[in-house]
Design a protein. Structure first.
Ligand code: AMP
Ligand code: ZN
Length: 484
């Protein structure tokens, strides 16, 4: 697979450090509010990346942090801690806020078929380890103590900016809000590793440290969590594009300053979801949540489809009209899956191989999910039987996570029920399972009844009963289920 690496500014063949495991780290949410659908765009695309790596046979270990301390309202070490802001807003403790919004985040992820990472680590869980890292950075001259805080000295690294082929607007998006010069800093880009002195003395969570009671900076948590769970190297680090600078830039210098060697090989950044007024953000005005999508009658998976239809490195526009169109597209897709007959034919391996080749060709090219979605439509059009189509769709959905088979089966049942109301003879499986043989027997019994051959009809019912199948006659049809 080729992946665009923000650190080298080109597409590179993806080769993990170890053939046995892909080490993948993702910046998690700051849990002071609900995640908005822009944040979730990043997580959807990262989920597709993880799932595709697994699909191609890699064993992936994915780690995500939960930011529950240290992320200030400006990414440049200024402003209030976002968690404290959330706690004040809701008259709750920081820990209560963290728990509530962490749970809400994973509930939203579940609705979007985003897999929970193998390890989820709250920032507050590893403070002792951050102190160890900072101590080593102090000892080896990469950090200094000034005005009550510990800072990373960016002048000690040969290279600081690594991602600067991004558009400048994206680069300083996090640092613009309320920037003030901090006179303690030796260099403009130096950043806080450990705060003891700050303008907001009411910081809720504080820990003892060699530099005084305080709390860690935001960047150190991601380095610390990744180093703790992966050791000295990392294959892929992901996050939204706004994290590239300063957050990821700072993660690199502090991790490499600590390790004394290169740390992470591939940096994957997802571009922003935009609304008419600009970037969707938690801090500015109204933001859109998964619950709001649902309240307006949209299926979260229609939003997932919309995200997958475009490339992760392009900005994506959101509006309610766009969402309406995405829902129509999703409904049509599910209807087409529902129209396939599960019992129709044997798996046609040549067709499977041809269809998969196109799907993988798209994804191998820097995770082109848009082509992967096109490959889904190719399946529906392909000259093969329905059983093969359903098999391939199920296979693709291991990566796409669009609920194609589940929603398709549900819709198929609904259609059958509608046919009942329309007066047709319909056979419904109570469990949703499809069994061509059972259905054929039920149909034969119906034909016998129609021909007034009641003995034959009773014989078939008994035969089914002996096979553990219970039949119930319903208006214009029959339901069946397996006993026991
Ligand atoms: P936060 O909860 O603010 O720490 O952000 C969680 C993730 O969402 C990070 O990876 C951000 O880079 C990403 N993100 C923030 N805003 C957007 C947006 N409008 N579109 C896509 N991703 C975003
Ligand atoms: Zn991070």
């Amino acid at each position: 697979m080729y992946l665009y690496n923000s650190a080298s500014h080109k597409k590179e063949l993806f080769v993990p450090n170890s053939p046995d495991i892909v080490k993948m780290y993702t910046c998690g949410p700051t849990v002071y509010h609900f995640a908005h659908i822009g944040n979730l765009r990043s997580y959807i695309m990262e989920d597709a990346l993880e799932k595709y790596l697994r699909y191609t046979g890699y064993n992936v270990k994915r780690v995500m942090n939960i930011t529950d301390v240290g992320h200030l309202t400006s990414d440049a070490d200024e402003g209030e801690d976002k968690m404290l802001k959330g706690a004040k807003r809701e008259h709750k403790s920081v820990m209560e806020i963290a728990k509530f919004y962490t749970d809400a985040f994973f509930a939203d992820c579940a609705k979007l078929n985003i897999k929970t990472p193998d390890v989820v680590e709250p920032a507050t869980g590893l403070v002792d380890f951050y102190i160890e890292i900072i101590q080593r950075l102090m000892d080896n001259g990469h950090a200094y103590f000034a005005g009550g805080n510990v800072y990373f000295d960016t002048s000690t690294m040969e290279r600081y900016y690594v991602f600067n082929d991004f558009n400048a607007g994206d680069l300083d998006v996090g640092v613009r809000e309320g920037v003030e010069e901090d006179s303690n800093k030796r260099n403009k880009n130096d950043f806080v590793l450990w705060f003891t002195k700050s303008k907001f003395e009411d910081q809720a969570l504080k820990w003892d440290s060699p530099w005084g009671v305080g709390y860690p900076g935001w960047h150190i948590e991601c380095s610390g969590i990744a180093l703790k769970h992966f050791g000295e190297d990392l294959d892929i680090h992901c996050g939204g594009i706004d994290n590239a600078f300063p957050h990821h830039t700072n993660e690199i210098v502090q991790s490499e300053g600590y390790l004394g060697h290169k740390w992470c090989n591939y940096w994957v950044h997802v571009s922003h979801l935009l609304v008419a007024s600009g970037k969707m953000s938690k801090s500015s005005g109204e933001f859109l949540t998964v619950s709001l999508l649902e309240e307006k009658g949209f299926d979260p998976l229609a939003y997932r489809l919309y995200c997958l239809q475009s490339h992760y490195r392009k900005s994506l526009m959101f509006s309610w009209e766009i969402m309406q169109n995405a829902q129509v597209t999703y409904n049509k897709l599910i209807s087409r899956v529902a129209a396939l007959k599960p019992e129709d034919g044997e798996i046609d391996q040549a067709a499977v191989d041809a269809l998969k080749a196109k799907f993988c060709a798209g994804l191998d090219n820097d995770l082109n999910t848009s082509l992967a979605v096109t490959a889904v439509y190719d399946v529906l059009k392909y000259n093969t039987n329905d059983a093969t189509k359903l098999y391939v769709l199920g296979d693709f959905d291991r990566v796409l996570g669009l609920g194609l088979l589940e929603k398709g089966a549900k819709k198929r049942e609904e259609l059958k029920k509608q046919a009942v109301t329309a007066g047709e003879f319909t056979i419904i499986s109570e469990s949703g399972e499809a069994d061509a043989e059972v259905e054929a027997k039920i149909q034969a019994r119906q034909d016998a009844k129609k021909a007034k051959n009641f003995a034959e009809a009773d014989r078939i019912r008994d035969e089914l009963k002996a096979a553990g199948i219970e039949l119930t006659d319903i208006p214009h049809g029959a339901k069946w289920k397996r006993l026991g």
